[in-house]
Design a protein around this ligand. Structure first.
Ligand code: CMC
Length: 395
């Protein structure tokens, strides 16, 4: 391959050194800054995890309080943002809206434009973490034609988001603590996952020295794709399809189709490029799923029963066992979100909200690295050799 290593899809290229997230795919381990995801999900809240990802350590009581105050002081978005929203059709996909809204933040804040300035990056980071719930809820409310709900700073990060989503001005909204915890856990589990496609996109985009908000908007655009953030949407659609075509009695038949290579049918929510064991996030998500369904009296939810049956068959069947195909995080997160009342179309928006902190932490790490350079992959040119332009009449 001449001077360059040819590595399509970067399957064997480490694009950076990082001390943020560690994945051991063989063992099914995921650590943020050295802490196992199981401990973070059960002992910390999302803002603790944000602090950890951004600063490298968990906050003490004082730091936690200070960080929380900082985040809640930036939760409102500029009123002009509502006019920007109005330019969209009501039926626009939330990811199209979010790509636009987040990119547009760069036009609103002129004190956080310089990606090489640590203070600028810090204020951009806080603004993004603070405003993402507001923007995602705005995208939802606009789609359903309800008034926007302004943020409420006496609520938790997840609680405030739920209220902006499901509250209406005409009635009080009581945050259900079980749903609040579930929402918070979804955020924690999606906060970072090392050099996946969207994170690599943010790094590459930011490496040109662009505006920090613009670099994050690039990540949002990448996350939208069905092979990445869009997978939980695809998984729920699959389960609903089985449900509509005979339900649990037809699971066996469906699994035979999945195993038939000619069918083109994949079991969505199963398998992972890196995890060749149970995705640790899937276990935590299943726990949350049980809790949420019990709280909402949906234990008998046919879709959940169906999902469990699919999982049971897959974990026992040679096809899946030999290929080390286990449920990934998306297998149960769609069921949880659906139970909470989040429309399928917004699932990737929730992922965007949660992943933003990971993108920022990775961007900061890159810019602070003394060896950092603009990202500039090479290529193997396989096109025409040098040739002469034929005058147009002779072509
Ligand atoms: N259903 C049926 N067969 C599968 C599946 C599946 N979901 N996943 C992999 N296989 C088979 C595949 O056909 C291949 O079989 P064979 O060796 O006979 O050719 C073998 O397992 C190895 O699969 P692969 O395609 O080489 O694995 P990969 O690392 O390229 O793909 C994947 C990983 C996640 C793209 C794939 O497993 C998949 O498409 N899963 C379903 C979609 C999904 O749930 N994606 C969410 C990923 S987690 C969210 C995130 O972090 O963004």
């Amino acid at each position: 391959t001449g001077m360059f290593t040819y590595d399509p899809g970067f399957l064997s290229t480490a694009s950076c050194q990082s001390s943020i997230t560690f994945i051991d795919g063989e063992k099914g381990r995921l650590l943020y800054r050295g802490y196992p995801i199981e401990q973070l999900a059960t002992q910390c809240d999302f803002l603790d995890v944000c602090y950890l990802l951004l600063k490298g350590e968990l906050p003490n009581v004082g730091q936690r309080d200070e960080f929380h105050k900082l985040v809640i002081s930036h939760t409102m978005v500029h009123e002009q943002m509502q006019f920007f929203m109005r330019g969209f059709r009501r039926d626009a996909h939330p990811m199209a809206v979010l790509t636009g809204l987040i990119g547009a933040l760069s036009a609103f804040y002129h004190d956080s434009t310089d990606i090489h300035n640590a203070e600028h990056r810090e204020i951009a980071a806080i603004r993004l973490i603070s405003k993402l719930p507001t923007l995602v809820a705005m995208a939802y409310k606009y789609g359903v034609g309800q008034p926007y709900m302004y943020p409420r700073n006496d609520l938790s990060y997840a609680g405030n988001f739920l209220r902006m989503m499901f509250g209406v001005p005409s009635a009080d909204y009581q945050v259900n603590p079980v749903i609040e915890r579930a929402m918070d856990r979804i955020f924690i589990l999606h906060a970072d996952h090392e050099q996946n496609a969207s994170t690599s996109t943010v790094r590459l985009c930011g490496s040109s020295g662009t505006n920090p908000f613009a670099a994050i908007a690039a990540g949002v655009a990448c996350l939208w794709g069905p092979a990445h953030g869009g997978a939980n949407e695809a998984c729920l659609n699959m389960l609903e399809n089985i449900q509509a075509n005979g339900g649990i009695a037809k699971v066996g038949e469906f699994m035979e189709q999945v195993k038939d290579k000619n069918s083109g049918v994949k079991l969505m929510g199963f398998g992972h490029r890196v995890y060749k064991n149970y995705d640790p996030r899937a276990k935590l998500m299943q726990e949350t799923c049980n809790e949420v369904l019990a709280e909402l009296g949906l234990e008998k939810d046919p879709l959940f029963a169906l999902a469990k049956q699919v999982e049971k068959i897959a974990l026992e069947d040679d096809y899946f066992v030999q290929r080390k195909l286990y449920p990934n995080v998306d297998f149960y997160s769609g069921i949880v979100q659906r139970a909470i009342g989040i429309p399928v179309k917004l699932f990737t928006g929730i992922f965007t909200l949660a992943r933003t902190v990971g993108w920022i932490a990775q961007l900061n790490e890159m810019i602070s690295d003394p060896e950092y350079k603009i990202g500039r992959p090479r290529q193997l040119y396989v096109g025409a050799p040098e040739r002469k332009v034929t005058p147009i009449g002779e072509r």
